[in-house]
Each structure stands twice: as structure tokens, then as C-alpha cells.
Design a protein around this ligand. Structure first.
Ligand code: IMP
Ligand code: MG
Length: 179
């Protein structure tokens, strides 16, 4: 199996580019049904969601706006409770339908932070679209509306996701190999 080494860790391919494309298409198909004519704004969460957002939004065929916020919570291979807003909301989102585009919902802390930010901005409706979801790790009560793939509780890199800043450019997903 194809492997990559990033810093001190070894990762092996676990999800192919083709499987990723199918998962992205599935999310796009549902969004195209649900948000048609709602003038939605897609809010992409940097850095991790950049590749998913790019591929997803090419498949979205309803008129929409696209914006970005930048948050950080992970250090190395584990999440911290402390979510930092590095670049916040710049648009007036009052009354809008906002679709949050995230790479992965793990414990759910980051998304909770985003939901609070959007509620404060008085949006009309919040929908959550994530490429990956870790059900065994999720500890929150809000609904995750669109999930590309549910995955085991392993640490992954590639397709936007990083280990200490590296691996985001890999076109497929690699899982941490535990020795
Ligand atoms: P949460 O706040 O625990 O849900 O974590 C969400 C954030 O942690 C995501 O936006 C990712 O940036 C990062 N993250 C969670 N799991 C992984 C992983 O397996 N690999 C890389 N980053 C991850
Ligand atoms: Mg992220």
C-alpha cells in the first residue's frame, strides 16, 4: 500500500481520489436539491476545507456566494478545546442561508464555535456540510446536515487535511499507521 512519511509519522493510503470524488458529488447533489433559489452563502473553513470547498462548489449549480473564515484548534494529531478565530466573518450575514463547508467534524468543538458566530450574526438558517465525520469522537447535540463519509477515529491527512501543516496537497487520504 502506498505510504508517505510526514515528519516523524508514517501514513498509508486509505481513501482514493475516486472515492473522494463520489463523496463530494453526493453532497453536491443533495445541496443542489435543498438550497436551490435560497441565495445561499457557502462559508468555507480555512485551512482544511479549501480542497473540498473547491471541488464541491464546482459541482454546485445554484447561484450562490462564497466566503471564508479561518480557525485553528488542532495541535499535532489531537484537538485542543481552545478554538482560535484567525480570520473572522467579514460579510453581513443577517437573514441569509449559510452553508458551512468543513473538512472534518471530529469532536465538534470547532463547528460549535462557528454556529455561535453565525447565530450572533443573526443568519436565517445554518446548514453544515462536512466531507468527513468521526461519529465515535462527536460529543455534541447539533445536527450535521451533509456528510460525505463517516470514518473511524483515526488521524488522517491529505485533501486539505494536515499533520503539523504538511500533507494538505495530497490528492487522496492517508491514515496514520500505528506501529
Ligand atoms: P473538532 O473541533 O474536534 O471537531 O476538530 C475539527 C478540526 O480539527 C477540523 O477542522 C480539522 O482541521 C482538525 N482535524 C480533526 N480531525 C483531524 C484529522 O484526522 N486529521 C487532520 N485534522 C483533523
Ligand atoms: Mg479544519
Amino acid at each position: 500500500m502506498e505510504k508517505v512519511t510526514i515528519k516523524d509519522k508514517t501514513f498509508a493510503v486509505s481513501i482514493s481520489a475516486e472515492e473522494l470524488n463520489d463523496a463530494v458529488q453526493k453532497v453536491a447533489d443533495r445541496l443542489n436539491e435543498d438550497v436551490r433559489d435560497k441565495n445561499p452563502l457557502f462559508l468555507c473553513i480555512l485551512n482544511g476545507a479549501f480542497m473540498f470547498a473547491s471541488d464541491l462548489l464546482k459541482k454546485v449549480n445554484t447561484p450562490c456566494e462564497i466566503s471564508f473564515v479561518k480557525l485553528a484548534s488542532y495541535e499535532g494529531t489531537s484537538t485542543t478545546e481552545n478554538v482560535k478565530t484567525l480570520v473572522g466573518l467579514s460579510d453581513n450575514l443577517k437573514g441569509r442561508t449559510v452553508i458551512v463547508v468543513e473538512d472534518i467534524v471530529d469532536t465538534g468543538i470547532t463547528m460549535e464555535h462557528i454556529i455561535a458566530m453565525l447565530e450572533e450574526a443573526e443568519v436565517a438558517e445554518i446548514k453544515i456540510a462536512t466531507l468527513f465525520f468521526k461519529p465515535e469522537s462527536f460529543r455534541r447535540s447539533y445536527k450535521v446536515d451533509y456528510i460525505g463519509m463517516s470514518i473511524p477515529n483515526d488521524f488522517i491527512v491529505g485533501y486539505g487535511l494536515d499533520y503539523d501543516g504538511f500533507g494538505r496537497n495530497l490528492p487522496q487520504i492517508y491514515s496514520l499507521v500505528t506501529e
